[in-house]
Write a protein that binds this ligand. Sequence first.
Ligand SMILES: [Zn+2]
Length: 245
Amino acid sequence: MLQGLRHDAWYVGHLAGVPLYVHWSVLLLVLLVMSGGGGAERIILILLALVIGIVLHELGHALMARWCGASGITITLWAFGGLCESRRDVERIGRELAIVAAGPAVSLALWLGCSALLAWLQAHHPHLVSDGYRLSLLAHALAVGAAVNMSLFIFNMLPIFPMDGGQLVYYGAIGVTGNRSLARQISLFLAVIGACAFFGWRTDLWAMLAAGESWTAWAAQLSWSDAFLALLLLWILRSAFAYLS
Ligand SMILES: [Zn+2]
């Protein structure tokens, strides 16, 4: 699906025995976060949380793949997040479901872990959370970590193939119906509907149309991050059609 991406990427080292690569396009992600503004501390914390959150999410896929007997496992960071590749027998539906689910499970654990730690500090050591006027660096980092991993979890669980949610639908449908062609049709249908619905929701299209506003008013308020999201969703749909149709 993304052959060639890793060959244009820098090798940065091994993590838990898995080679980690960084593709130059990850700079687009950095620019996108910087364009969101909010001060240096916030931007640095978001970038750190994104890199750590994405690497650990992919490591979840990678370690489960290794446990399931896959070989040639690599992780690559690029513009649209992370990518875990491996060589394995994709005919074994139960294993595929476990490998796909392991990534979102890590994001969910990080989201809940950061939220729980922040709440515990607030209850038992409030002086570590705030000086009465502003959040401490620790509390800010935990809040950003919770928000970033919540976004990673929700976004990856959208039923848009080949994102994790879409793959869970695809392999789940094969498991339930035993019919690969029907599973492909269900997954493609959900990917297209899901991508349109998510983009419309994220850019306020549905709310503006419901309020009687025009398409041009909607288009006029679109931002650079909306354009980035549109590109991301188009690339995802292209992959879905390449793989499923
Ligand atoms: Zn994933």
